[in-house]
Write a protein that binds this ligand. Structure first.
Ligand code: GLC
Ligand code: CA
Length: 572
């Protein structure tokens, strides 16, 4: 890592420059990206075909959602062999070809590391369930029942109990996710060694990093105590940021990560600012950064009893406060990841912007501006660069996602919600909103497949598609391309310090970035109404760095921001 000295504002701080801070990451959900053989399922050869598209967009790193062998209970997040490729996605040779081609193009590949749990079809679990004295028994978390019931009251993230009874040995195993995703026992040093061995194997192959699935959950609280039950009768496991998580990640760092030049990001639901400073410490002892999720949740009036299944949105001042706390809280101490969407979230333009025909493009560009101008490493989820929207399926049969289907059943069968209400919740929140096929062109199935896609294609693909947008200089695609390229040229976008202005403004998100005597002013209108704003004097005579509307006239003083307008001013 190179160390550069920077004069920043009043203080004289040393910035640790690193390539992964300057990179833009693009997430691929392989099942929905590109199908090369007409079976309706995206695959590795499909990705290889589209690498040039990504090169053109300008991204540096691909985060590849799981491509390992898996029975697909949770679309690949249930892995039965970490060193084999899912048959539907191709072969290890296809993988090697994809990796080599990506590297030729200067694109790095970050693998999804799913090691909180395996599939119940993984050889370790197949052994483990055989008998209490099997050498693999302690690879997983087995407990006796309590009074004929589950060992504790923890709920699974995918509804129901987090325990499954196994008659073979008359015991229960823990699964924080689906019944087919038993949790690994990280307290067992043999488990850690096998995981590290596998990670080294991938690193030796030449991969460039890991996105670590629910890594904040790997260390379970001592004694697995009951939690406080919610509306459904089940409790949160309290596994987030467990007692040994930092110890295990430091060990992983010593035994694997520190031997290679990698980009690492931990998915850390339930992470606090204080915890993030440990996970993503600038001393490099654990990971580069974490994904925190505070800004993706519902508002303060959100009905927490139903978890994410709530339609309340966060008022802008609350949202700004959260993001700003992360911006300033990690400054100089750790590093932020920046994201608005991924394969578990609804489409960002639908949730944070406005996906009506009139405002879809302008608000997608505004959201891109707001995020990419912050300090941290930005992540673009496939299709976000096109402004792809939610799918709004109105029939349960159209959904494929285990989480959506399970919760629909649990909530409607128990009478907690009416089917009509739950369908609305799914339209807003279901993970399938982000999992519909990537829209490449206006031919059948959006050019994703020549066969029948595994999940329906968005109805707007004839207009919202890569081919159209690449040809249109005013498209969301070309705007994202510009944002991504700007980051390459502007150190201030990467390293500048962040300051929120007008925190209580309910319509505008305005902040500055500062590096030495250089400053950026980022102004974003989050509403469809025109808003007045007085640009601070510091920006008199400043240039427009980027905007989603044509700009003219003087920069400083009173100005009006149009519907979803975003303007970035740069001092000379
Ligand atoms: C993470 C993944 C999600 C998956 C879950 C269980 O949250 O992003 O897609 O279902 O972990 O592996
Ligand atoms: Ca295929």
């Amino acid at each position: 890592m190179q160390i550069f000295k920077y004069e920043r504002g009043k203080e004289d701080t040393v910035l640790n420059k690193a390539w992964w801070k300057e990179a833009v990451v693009y997430q691929i959900y392989p099942r929905s990206f590109m199908d090369s053989n007409g079976d309706g399922i995206g695959d590795l050869n499909g990705i290889t075909e589209k690498l040039e598209y990504l090169k053109e967009l300008g991204i540096d790193v691909i985060w590849l959602s799981p491509v390992y062998q898996s029975p697909n209970d949770d679309n690949g997040y249930d892995i039965s062999d970490y060193q084999a490729i899912m048959e539907e996605f191709g072969t290890m040779e296809d993988y090697d070809r994809m990796l080599a081609r990506a590297h030729e193009l200067g694109i790095k590949i970050m693998m999804d590391l799913v090691v909180n749990h395996t599939s119940d079809e993984h050889a370790w679990f197949v052994e483990s369930r055989k008998s209490v004295d099997n050498p693999y028994r302690d690879f997983y978390i087995w407990r006796k029942g309590k009074d004929g019931k589950e060992p504790n009251n923890w709920g699974s993230c995918f509804s129901g109990s987090a325990w499954k009874y196994d008659p073979q040995t008359d015991m229960y195993f823990l699964h924080l996710f689906s019944k087919k995703q038993p949790d690994l026992n990280w307290d067992n040093p043999k488990v850690r060694d096998r995981v590290f061995e596998m990670m080294n194997w991938w690193c030796e192959k030449g991969i460039d990093g890991f996105r670590m699935d629910v890594i904040s959950l790997i260390s379970k609280p001592e004694g697995l105590p009951d939690g406080i039950p919610g509306e459904t009768g089940y409790a949160d496991s309290g596994c987030a940021n467990g007692p040994h998580v930092h110890e295990y990640l430091k060990e992983m760092n010593r035994k694997v990560l520190s031997h290679y030049d990698l980009i690492t990001v931990g998915e850390a639901s339930g992470v606090t600012l204080e915890e993030a400073k440990k996970y993503a410490n600038a001393d490099g002892s654990e990971l580069n950064m974490v994904f925190q999720f505070e800004h993706t949740g519902g508002g303060p009036e959100a009905d927490n009893h139903y978890g994410k299944w709530d339609s309340h949105k966060m008022p802008l001042p609350v949202w700004k406060k959260i993001l700003s706390r992360w911006q300033t809280g990690l400054e100089g101490k750790a590093w932020n990841s920046l994201f608005l969407s991924n394969h578990d979230q609804p489409r960002s333009v639908a949730w944070f912007g406005n996906d009506s025909e009139q405002y879809r493009e302008i608000s997608a560009k505004m959201l891109g501006t707001c995020l990419h101008m912050m300090q941290g490493t930005p992540y673009v989820y496939q299709g976000e660069e096109l402004g792809m929207t939610n799918i709004y399926f109105d029939k349960l049969e159209d959904y494929r996602d285990i989480e959506s289907i399970n919760y629909f059943k649990e909530f409607t069968e128990s009478g907690l919600m009416t089917p009509e209400h739950m369908m609305k919740c799914l339209m807003l929140r279901s993970r399938d909103n982000a999992r519909t096929p990537m829209q490449w062109d206006d031919t059948a199935s959006a050019g994703f497949t020549t066969g029948t896609p595994w999940i329906k294609v968005g109805p707007d693909y004839e207009t919202v598609n890569a081919k159209n947008e690449m040809a249109d200089p005013d498209s969301v695609y070309n705007y994202y391309k510009k944002l991504i390229h700007l980051r390459k040229e502007k150190d201030i976008m990467v390293y500048g310090t962040y300051e929120l202005l007008d925190p209580e403004d309910e319509a505008l998100y305005v902040y500055t970035r500062t590096l030495g005597d250089q400053k950026l002013l980022v102004m974003c209108n989050f509403t469809k109404e025109e808003q007045e704003y007085t640009v601070p004097e510091t920006f008199a005579g400043a240039d427009v760095l980027i905007s989603n509307y044509p700009q003219s006239g003087a920069a400083a003083g009173a100005r009006k921001l149009r519907a979803y307008e975003a303007v970035v001013l740069e001092t000379k």
